[in-house]
Design a protein around this ligand. Sequence first.
Ligand code: ZN
Length: 73
Amino acid sequence: MATKSQPATRIRTCHACGRQYEYPLKGNSATRHHCEDCVEVPEHLRRVAERLFARVQTLETALKRIENKLAGN
Ligand SMILES: [Zn+2]
């Protein structure tokens, strides 16, 4: 009865580039953490990309905080 033929696809965010992608998709090589483009990247470079992306996110959060502060005053 409870046949699970196809897992529901979800929108995921790539840990290396921040791109949003659907996972899992048939015929797509994307993994849980990386989009189909970043899956192709050698692991040591992907780790660098992940580090840089983490910094971008930190900066975006800080920028948003500043923007909200400016808009609120
Ligand atoms: Zn990616």
